[in-house]
Design a protein around this ligand. Structure first.
Ligand SMILES: Nc1nc2c(ncn2[C@@H]2O[C@H](COP(=O)(O)OP(=O)(O)OP(=O)(O)O)[C@@H](O)[C@H]2O)c(=O)[nH]1
Ligand SMILES: [Mg+2]
Length: 469
């Protein structure tokens, strides 16, 4: 990313492109209010520059500058509601102006261009949030939570990210940080007055504190690996021979007719994916072309594609037609599948049964019996899918959770250091080393909060954002 100045005024369209009721163009920076006054003709004639913060004004974005006598009569770009937010009480802690114009790309673009023409710079992705961080309104983990909220696919993922934005995770990290700083201060005092020596009781006290810090970090790591599933979800691929009811199963899980179902084998010619909310966990379900001897190039590619999806999936759902005997195709597929987590499913159990179950059970454990057409035991299959990847009770927010890989990594490294120190203390190693390691662990915690950061890291985090956030 190019170097970002932070003292200029930026602008961007904040709403999603496309037709919509309203669209919001947003500006932030020292000149935001002054620029608004140049292009905005207020219906009540009051000066925008004198508007208090958190006020909204009705009027028009006009073609001619107001200070050169521009009025609504000289040409209107759009009819708008304009909100003034004054530093530091705004999203970025700078002066912010938000213009609610008509939705649709043309109106929003025209307003944005008018602003840019007056000397605003087009914002980079996430630059508003980046400023909120650089100006100290939120810490880095909260800035990341903003992105997670925008990207949340289920209510549970939203709850976790919202907690993070409200600072629950940051506060926990700060609490741990404070305890480490206290221990460090004690140790450094001992290093400064070595003649007094460190009494063994103190050494034990320090060890006890570090032990509880380590336990706290472990709790966070454990609850977080669960939280990550809520945010990022899992993927399940449905595979099986042609005509066993794979597409019917996808539709049953989605509770809508998404994939085409026909009695003809080889109906699905390409992979189809959809996301289903299973008890708060977003599960990407992929319907694949039935695996058999491909009849043409399209089928050949589809089968190869199905295999690639299976390799990448968290769970493979292998479907059998219970109303038919196991064929050579089924057994070949059973032999070939090497995936770690396979759920065998007997479909069409509404029909008289012909399949030999023990052969399947011997290989994959007891199959889940369903009828995709009659929507029988679909819940049971959902339980099996979730149970495959998620142990423990399913409820977000049970304890402080982090869902972000960067945070998990930093917490793990801090924990490793603390555990190392505990070992050193037992072996009566020099306190100077101990102090060094505590400082390093503090560094990892500071990285989470963004007390210590590099421009590179910020670029990486914010480049995932949309422009206008
Ligand atoms: N009786 C009964 N028929 C089913 C059931 N599930 C699917 N079928 C029927 O089986 C036929 C094939 O279903 P699909 O869902 O298209 O099967 P598929 O595995 O996706 O087939 P391909 O895409 O060709 O590989 C259709 O006629 C379905 O109506 C079921 O539970 N019971
Ligand atoms: Mg199909």
């Amino acid at each position: 990313m190019m170097e970002l100045y932070t003292d200029d005024t930026i602008a961007a369209i904040a709403t999603a492109p496309g037709e919509s009721g309203i669209g919001i163009v947003r500006m932030s920076g020292k000149r935001a209010i002054e620029l608004a006054e140049i292009i905005f003709f207020p219906a009540d004639g009051k000066k925008t520059s004198q508007s208090p913060g958190y006020t909204m004004h009705y009027g028009w974005i006009v073609k001619q500058d107001i200070r050169s006598g521009g009025t609504a009569r000289g040409g209107i770009i759009d009819e708008v509601l304009l909100t003034v937010m004054r530093a530091p009480r705004s999203y970025t802690r700078e002066d912010v102006v938000e213009i609610n114009c008509h939705g649709g790309i043309v109106a929003q673009r025209a307003v944005l261009e008018r602003i840019l023409e007056k000397g605003c710079r087009l914002a980079q992705p996430g630059e508003f949030t980046r400023r909120a961080f650089l100006n100290g309104r939120i810490d880095l983990s909260q800035a990341e939570a903003v992105l997670d909220i925008i990207k949340a696919k289920t209510d549970s993922a939203l709850t976790i990210s919202m907690e993070q934005l409200r600072g629950a995770f940051s506060r926990e990290v700060l609490r741990i940080r404070k305890r480490l700083v206290e221990v460090l201060a004690e140790i450094e005092a001992d290093i400064d007055f070595p003649e007094e020596g460190i009494d063994p009781a103190r050494r034990e006290e320090i060890a006890a504190t570090l032990c509880s810090v380590s336990g706290r970090l472990r709790d966070i790591i454990e609850s977080s690996s669960r939280a990550r599933i809520f945010r990022e979800g899992i993927s399940a691929v449905i595979c099986g021979k042609p005509n066993v009811g794979k597409s019917s199963l996808l539709n049953a899980l989605l509770r809508q007719e998404r994939s085409i179902v026909t009695p003809v084998a080889g109906t699905t010619r390409d992979t189809i994916e959809e996301i289903v909310d299973m008890r708060g966990i977003p599960v990407k379900i992929v319907d694949t072309a039935g695996i058999a001897e491909p009849r043409d190039l399209v089928e050949k590619k589809a089968v190869r594609r199905a295999r690639e999806y299976m390799d990448a999936a968290d769970v493979v759902i292998l479907v059998f037609d219970a109303s038919r005997e196991l064929s050579a195709g089924d057994t070949a597929l059973m032999r070939r599948l090497k995936h770690k987590k396979i759920i065998a499913v007997l479909n069409k159990t509404d029909l008289p049964r012909r399949i030999k179950v023990p052969v399947i059970t011997a290989r994959f454990g007891a199959p889940v019996e369903i009828s995709a057409r009659r929507l029988r035991n679909i819940r049971g299959l959902e339980e099996a899918i979730i149970g495959c990847v998620y142990k423990g009770n399913i409820s977000p927010g049970a304890s402080v959770q982090m869902s972000n890989a960067r945070h998990i990594h930093a917490i793990m490294r801090a924990k490793n250091l603390i555990d190392g120190i505990l070992h050193s203390l037992e072996n009566a190693l020099s306190l100077e080393f101990v102090a060094q390691d505590i400082k390093e662990a503090l560094g990892y915690l500071d990285e989470i909060l963004g007390k210590r950061f590099s421009e590179d890291l910020l670029d990486r985090i914010f480049s995932d954002f949309c422009v206008g956030k």
